[in-house]
Ligand binder design. Structure first.
Ligand code: HEC
Length: 117
């Protein structure tokens, strides 16, 4: 269960469009920042690696920063698309992402904008 786990296309119907999406998203991101910091281990990361890698690499899920409200919306939309998470697991994943993948300055700093969104 590593970041590099191959995608299992047998379970989904649209691998080609997803690959196109990944190419469009991953290439600019890769050139913009070379080594994204590794997210901390934990139950949330374990769930993400287990359930969020069917359609895109699990790393896709942890390559962006969002507010808790936005993470709730994204995780719900992934479940709507077919991510297999129990409600309790959904809460763990949202909590993990909201804690570890929050925008810089999210934790109460009113004007901590540093130009890197
Ligand atoms: C059933 C297929 C599928 C599964 C499972 C899945 N995703 Fe996605 N995900 C997609 C598709 C398709 C896109 C690109 C379309 C889009 O962005 O609306 C995407 C895009 C994303 C994005 C980028 C979009 C944004 O708003 O920044 C994030 C973050 C993400 N997924 C997180 C997750 C997480 C977290 C999980 C596990 C809870 C997960 N995904 C599981 C299909 C899936």
């Amino acid at each position: 269960m590593s970041i590099g786990t191959p995608m299992t296309f047998g379970r989904i119907a649209f691998p080609v469009s997803v690959l196109g999406f990944l190419a469009a998203v991953a290439l600019p991101a890769a050139s913009a920042m070379q080594a994204p910091p590794a997210p901390p281990p934990g139950p949330g990361l374990t769930l993400i690696n287990a359930h969020c890698g069917f359609c895109h690499p699990p790393a896709q899920a942890i390559s962006v920063r969002k507010t808790r409200a936005n993470w709730e919306a994204v995780v719900q939309s992934m479940i709507d698309r077919g991510a297999e998470l129990e409600p309790a697991e959904q809460a763990v994943v949202v909590n993990y992402l909201a804690t570890n993948m929050a925008p810089a300055g999210e934790a109460g700093a009113p004007s901590a904008a540093n130009g890197t969104r």
